[in-house]
Design a protein around this ligand. Structure first.
Ligand code: SAM
Length: 326
């Protein structure tokens, strides 16, 4: 036990504002969508540095756990940013009412339901419709005109989570008169979130926030015209799904599966280490047509990646890039 940050003792991660219940730590860290694993964070939430440094034994437990998950289930988190993995493993240790990471490994290996719960913890599925509305506005104003000349347009949403991002794009393309010519490939490594994405049903409580985002994104219609409110849910129009293909794809292990005009991968690589980011950038470069468009998340960047000079900026603030001709 010498290696374990105590769940709620004085050496455990402090909560913002001085509160110190383990439960609040778990909820805040898990729900923070843009928590940078190793970098600065403007959320005011618990920082990786708030955990005491990992001992050699704890590092060994983390290595063994990630290796065990990979060898038994095929999910490869070995090259995800360590600080983020460490924090999330501890969150799951607490959620399972265990005391060590090795105890979690033992349970995960013998209980597939525990693996499903851990997968949700490790893969960070937080998303929203029209997340970063200024990105959608920039896409509408700067990318849509580039797409108009193509008779058929393939767009890949890599790491689509529960689908809010791809439904937002479907609406935007419909409003711009392009949707009939588009095929949107929405992929994720997590089957559970893909199943939810396929339904096109989201909680009604978040519609107010999504409507505000939509309005800021350069909206052309009434947001409520895209869904029916029923039994506490917003059920999005079936027709929005007609050109979306939801499919399993793991950026760590799977290869290219098409040639795209646009690849959108936002808030996914932020959780990867440099080696894995390099792999994924190679994959995207190989999967993008000449003059194709690559979109990253707000806190992600092309700089320092092997292909940084193979793209030009369309909008550097919104992380929209265009592949050069060679
Ligand atoms: C924070 S969400 C981002 C969702 C959406 N792109 C957005 O920005 O709102 C990250 C998603 O990436 C997925 N993901 C993480 N690692 C992945 C991998 N190796 N391959 C495919 N998807 C992955 C997770 O399952 C999760 O659904």
């Amino acid at each position: 036990m010498g290696n374990a940050p105590p769940p709620d003792g004085p050496e455990g991660p402090p909560t913002p504002g001085g509160a110190s219940t383990a439960a609040s730590v778990v909820v805040e860290v898990v729900d923070d969508p843009l928590l940078e694993p190793d970098g600065p964070d403007d959320s005011g939430l618990v920082q990786p540095s708030a955990l005491r440094p990992a001992s050699d034994l704890e590092r060994l437990e983390i290595d063994l756990t990630l290796e065990g998950i990979y060898r038994h289930y095929g999910f490869d988190f070995r090259n995800y940013a360590r600080a983020s993995m460490r924090r999330r493993l501890w969150n799951q240790v607490r959620a399972e009412k265990l005391t060590t990471i090795s105890a979690l490994l033992d349970r995960v290996l013998h209980d597939v339901d525990c693996m499903e719960r851990l997968l949700l913890m490790l893969s960070v599925n937080v998303t929203a419709m029209y997340r970063d509305p200024t990105f959608f506005r920039a896409f509408r104003e700067q990318v849509v005109p580039l797409l108009r000349s193509h008779p058929f347009i393939r767009i890949w949403h890599a790491g689509c989570s529960t689908g809010e991002e791809v439904y937002s794009m479907a609406i935007l393309l419909e409003e711009e008169g392009l949707y009939n010519r588009c095929r949107l490939y929405a992929t994720d490594m997590n089957e559970a979130v893909l199943r939810r994405a396929q339904t096109g049903i989201f909680p009604i409580e978040v519609m107010q926030e999504y409507t505000a985002n939509y309005l800021r994104s350069g909206a052309k219609e009434h947001f409520a015209s895209y869904y029916t409110a029923r039994y506490g849910h917003a059920i999005f129009k079936q027709s929005l799904r007609r050109n979306i293909v939801f499919s399993h794809h793991n950026l760590v292990t799977d290869g290219s599966f098409n040639e795209f005009h646009v690849i959108i991968c936002r808030n996914v690589m932020i959780y990867f280490n440099e080696q894995l980011q390099t792999r994924v950038h190679e994959l995207f470069y190989d999967s993008l047509r000449r003059f194709g468009v690559l979109v990253l998340g707000r806190k992600e960047s092309l700089s320092g990646t092997p292909h940084q000079h193979d793209y030009e900026d369309i909008n550097a603030t919104e992380k929209i890039y265009r592949r050069r001709s060679v």
